[in-house]
Design a protein around this ligand. Structure first.
Ligand code: ADP
Ligand code: MG
Length: 564
């Protein structure tokens, strides 16, 4: 691109009163003080999605301490921090976003620290290094005419101040950046210690698990009972700077969380589900850490299943369907959960997280009376309770399961955690006694093996999709005429991840050669992102849209939900 122009103010004054389409002339690169403003795409009318812009500034001209950008993890955390700061400054300094005033926007961030496309920070050990912010600007209009003065104020004054507030740190902000980066590194450090310590998850003493409400992910602030570790489960791990932190370690194997209704079981499990991510300081779950590939599994009536081998759980369907190659456009509770379980195993998850509240009862277990009433040969289901030990013994896959109503899993548990008024205790010994007093009948035995899991091999592509897939919010991917429902994937946390998955699905279709497995295709695509950044998912140069890094397991899970 040619060197940036320095007459943005004048250009905007000249456009005043022109028809809105004349804003297109701004598609160029401009000086905005020390920063370069690149307008990649300009909206064609005031009702279209806002224009796409990037701001580039040499790292040396920012106040970002270079030692906070040394590693890739540090740059991810710093980019996440600057995204939040930019959004905050834009809301505080900018107009409300009405058609006549315009507005400045950036990718929104929730409680998780994610690799995002909104801020790009170069590795400072290289030469010619920059910070780049990708934002959206709604350009102001009077009816369908350009409001040149308002645009001039928005771009040259407000945007400049927002950039300055974001990148030029005063001392207290540098401390906030450092805290954000350290919080991220601490979480990474804890997660890296789990395998060697034989753990699948860690919950630090003092963690605040409950959320403000069912639809708000911020911590509950009033009357939250901080987490306290039962003495027998106490472990001590190291933070990024070597300081010790103690809390509850959940070991590999089969863990069952029990307790009365409303005593905090699901809240603990949900914190573990989210523990695959790192959280912002003040979230309460900063030091709640789960192995990164842990997968939450639930029943999901109506989901599509394509060629999944559900035979570990289901055989002899009354339809005569081959359950080694099971497909349906409308799965039942039990078949959907069986498929999701097998697909999680295929995707390399080392931990399954299940909550009785959201599971299919008949897939979880079958009691003595029902076994007597409906003989085994008429029942297609081998319940999860009969496979859960083999899953661990054969494949090393652990399970953490919440149950309030059924004691069936006590026989197969290595650890039983009780929740009582939000306090955890180790009930393993007491559970053994109970199992001794009420033994399992002889004819109810666990299955010896889990069985093979046949990998999915996507068919070679038949030309590229007519229209790129895209996210519609967090829970839907629009792909051609189909809306793919991914709302049951509770570990998708950000619509920018959904957008990245939409593009990855197109990429996987294009790369499929009829030989590579789905897991191989997903891994290759994520490896490319690791190497080239999230911009690798962009259809064009410049502002790539709102993207955030998803987990391989969630990409695969979304793939399986496409109706084929
Ligand atoms: P259960 O699954 O055992 O029925 P939940 O986990 O759904 O219970 O929790 C019930 C309620 O208690 C929820 O409103 C939740 O936010 C709240 N809660 C959970 N843990 C705590 C805690 N540590 N302190 C205060 N409230 C909590
Ligand atoms: Mg519950």
């Amino acid at each position: 691109m040619s060197s940036p122009r320095n007459d943005l103010s004048r250009a905007l004054q000249r456009l005043d009163g022109n028809s809105y389409g004349a804003y297109k002339q701004l598609r160029d690169s401009w000086w905005l003080g020390d920063a370069e403003l690149i307008l990649d795409r300009v909206q064609s009318d005031p009702y279209a999605p806002p224009s796409l812009a990037r701001l580039r500034i040499p790292l040396a001209d920012t106040g970002i301490p270079r030692e906070l950008l040394r590693t890739r993890d540090m740059r991810i955390a710093a980019g996440d921090f600057l995204t939040r700061r930019f959004g905050h400054a834009a809301r505080e300094l900018g107009p409300r976003g009405g058609k006549d005033t315009g507005g400045i926007f950036v990718q929104r961030a929730g409680q998780e620290i994610l690799a995002r496309s909104s801020v790009l920070l170069d590795d400072p050990s290289r030469g010619d290094v920059h910070a780049e912010i990708r934002c959206e600007i709604a350009l102001p209009a009077a009816g369908r005419r350009i409001k040149g003065r308002a645009a001039q104020r928005l771009l040259t004054e407000v945007l400049s101040s927002v950039v300055e507030r974001t990148l030029t740190f005063l001392a207290p902000d540098a401390a906030a950046l450092e805290l954000h980066v350290r919080t991220h590194l601490d979480a990474e450090r804890l997660r890296s210690q789990l395998p060697d310590r034989g753990l699948v998850a860690f919950v630090a003493d003092g963690a605040v698990l409950p959320r403000a409400s069912g639809n708000r992910d911020e911590p509950l602030t009033r009357h939250a009972v901080p987490f306290e570790t039962p003495p027998s489960l106490r472990v001590t791990l190291e933070l990024s700077d070597g300081r010790a932190v103690s809390g509850m370690g959940i070991p590999k194997g089969v863990t069952v969380i029990v307790g009365g209704g409303y005593h905090g079981k699901s809240t603990l499990l949900q914190a573990l589900e989210r523990g695959v991510y790192n959280h912002v300081s003040g979230d309460g779950r900063e030091l709640v850490i789960t192995v990164g590939d842990a997968m939450s599994v639930r029943a999901e009536d109506g989901r599509a299943v394509t060629d999944t081998d559900v035979s570990p759980f289901i055989t002899n369907l009354p339809t005569g369907a081959d359950t080694r190659h099971f497909s349906t456009g409308n799965a039942s509770g039990s078949t959907s959960q069986a498929a999701s379980t097998v697909e999680a195993v295929e995707a390399g998850s080392r931990v399954l997280l299940l909550d009785e509240d959201t599971c299919a009862t008949n897939l979880m277990g079958r009691d003595q009376r029902m076994r007597a009433l409906v003989p085994g040969e008429r029942e297609p289901i081998t319940p999860f309770v009969d496979r859960v030990r083999a899953l661990y013994a054969e494949r090393g896959i652990s399970t953490v399961l919440v149950t309030g109503g059924s004691g069936a899993f006590l026989d197969v548990a290595d650890l039983v955690i009780g929740m009582d008024a939000y306090r955890a205790s180790d009930l393993t010994e007491r559970a053994r006694e109970v199992v001794g007093r009420f033994p399992r009948p002889e004819d109810m035995g666990p299955a010896e093996t889990f069985g093979e899991v046949r990998p999915h091999v996507p068919r070679a592509s038949s030309g590229s999709a007519a229209k790129p897939a895209r996210a519609r919010g967090l829970g839907t991917i629009q792909r051609g005429r189909e809306d793919v429902d991914v709302s049951a994937l509770s570990q998708l946390v950000d619509s920018s991840q959904t957008e990245a998955i939409a593009r990855l699905l197109d990429g996987i279709d294009a790369a499929a050669d009829g030989r590579s497995t789905l897991t191989e295709l997903v891994d290759a695509a994520l490896e490319r992102i690791r190497r080239d950044g999230l911009d690798a998912l962009s259809h064009h140069r410049g502002h790539p849209g709102h993207l955030a890094l998803p987990r391989a397991q969630d990409v695969a899970a979304a793939y399986h939900r496409v109706r084929r």
